[in-house]
Design a binder for this molecule. Structure first.
Ligand code: ATP
Length: 296
C-alpha cells in the first residue's frame, strides 16, 4: 500500500507555559506538495523543526517515510532535505565552492563532488554566478543556492521553510517553477508560507495553521468553496474595494445581503460578485471573529 510520506498525529509542543502546537494531525501523500499556511507565530517553523528532528514533540507522533522522528531519528535525517530560514551557506565562498564543500561533507569523492556541483549549478541556473562570492548574490540567487546545497544528496522528502520570503515577484515565480520541477521528479514537499498566492499556485493541499491548530485543510478550491459560493464586493466611486462579504451564492442570500447593506451604504457605492480568493479563505480562517462561522 502506498503510505503517506509524512504522517503526523496528535502532535503537541509547548515552550514554558506557551502552547505552540496544540494537537496537529497532518498527512502528506508521496510525491505531492503540501503548503502549511499561517500568520506570524502560528507555529509553522516549530512543526518543521520537529519533523526534521531538530526539536522534540511533547506528545503525539510524526513519521517521515514511515520512520518515527523520535525512535528512528537517523533514518528520518537520511530521508529529508531541509531549506530553512537559516541555510548553511558561507557568504565568503563562491556558489560553486559552497556546493563542493557540502558534497565533500556528505561523503562524495572529489570527482563525484565536481560532477554533482556542475549538475546542480546547471539545474538551479547558477552557472553564470558559479565563481562569484555568495555575498554578491541577489535574494533569488541566494535561495536557489540554498536549495542546491540542501539537495546535494537526493532525498525523498523536502522541507522548505518560507522559501520565497523577501523575494521579488520574478524571483518568486522562478523559484516556484523549480519547486514544481522537484515535485515532478517525485519528491514530497512540505513548505511553509505566509503567502496565499504561493499556497494557491504550488500546493496540492493546503493546511491552514492558526494558534497551534490546523483550522482547515484541503485543496485551494475546496477551501475557497468552504468560505462561501460568491463574495459581494462593495466599491466606492473611486473604484476602491470598501468591503467584501462572503455569501452562499444563492439568489436569496445575495438579495438578502444586498437588502441589509443597502441602508448603510454611502451614495455611489457599487457592487460586484466574484468567487472567493485565498485571501478570503485566510481571513475567514485566521480571524477569530470569523473562524467559528466559516467552519460551521
Ligand atoms: N525555542 C523556543 N523557545 C521559546 N519559544 C519559542 C521557541 N521557538 C518558537 N517559540 C515561540 O513559538 C511561537 C511559534 O513560533 P514559530 O517560529 O513556530 O512560528 P511561525 O509560524 O514559524 O512564525 P513565522 O512565520 O514568524 O516564522 C512563537 O510565539 C515563538 O516565539
Amino acid at each position: 500500500m502506498k503510505h503517506n510520506a509524512i504522517d503526523v498525529n496528535g502532535l503537541r509542543k509547548s515552550f514554558g507555559k506557551q502552547t505552540v502546537l496544540n494537537g496537529i494531525d497532518l498527512k502528506v501523500a508521496k510525491g505531492s506538495i503540501m503548503a502549511l499556511l499561517g500568520p506570524n507565530g502560528a507555529g509553522k517553523t516549530t512543526l518543521i523543526n520537529i519533523l526534521s528532528t531538530l526539536s522534540e514533540p511533547d506528545e503525539g507522533y510524526a513519521r517521515i517515510e514511515g520512520y518515527d522522528v523520535l525512535a528512528d531519528r537517523d533514518a528520518v535525517r537520511r530521508s529529508i532535505s531541509l531549506t530553512g530560514q537559516f541555510a548553511a551557506v558561507d557568504e565568503v565562498l563562491t556558489g560553486q565552492e559552497n556546493i563542493i564543500m557540502m558534497c565533500r561533507l556528505s561523503g562524495l569523492s572529489a570527482s563525484e563532488a565536481r560532477l554533482r556541483t556542475a549538475e546542480l549549478l546547471h539545474r538551479f541556473q547558477l552557472e553564470g554566478a558559479a565563481s562569484k562570492r555568495v555575498k554578491t548574490y541577489s535574494g533569488g540567487m541566494r535561495r536557489r543556492l540554498d536549495l542546491a546545497v540542501s539537495l546535494v544528496i537526493s532525498r525523498p522528502v523536502l522541507f522548505l521553510d518560507e522559501p520565497t520570503t523577501g523575494l521579488d515577484t520574478i524571483s518568486r515565480r522562478s523559484l516556484w517553477e523549480t519547486i514544481l520541477q522537484l515535485k515532478q521528479q517525485g519528491m514530497t514537499i512540505l513548505l511553509t508560507t505566509q503567502y496565499l498566492e504561493e499556497a494557491d499556485q504550488l500546493a496540492d493541499e493546503i493546511a491552514v495553521l492558526n494558534h497551534g491548530r490546523i483550522v482547515a485543510s484541503g485543496s485551494a478550491e475546496t477551501l475557497k468553496a468552504r468560505v462561501g459560493g460568491e463574495v459581494i464586493e462593495l466599491r466606492n466611486p473611486m473604484d476602491d474595494v470598501i468591503r467584501s462579504i462572503p455569501t452562499s451564492g444563492s439568489v436569496q442570500d445575495v438579495r438578502n445581503t444586498l437588502n441589509e447593506i443597502a441602508q448603510s451604504c454611502p451614495p455611489g457605492t457599487r457592487f460586484s460578485i466574484r468567487k472567493p480568493s485565498m485571501d478570503d479563505v485566510f481571513l475567514a480562517l485566521t480571524t477569530d471573529d470569523h473562524k467559528e462561522a466559516s467552519l460551521a
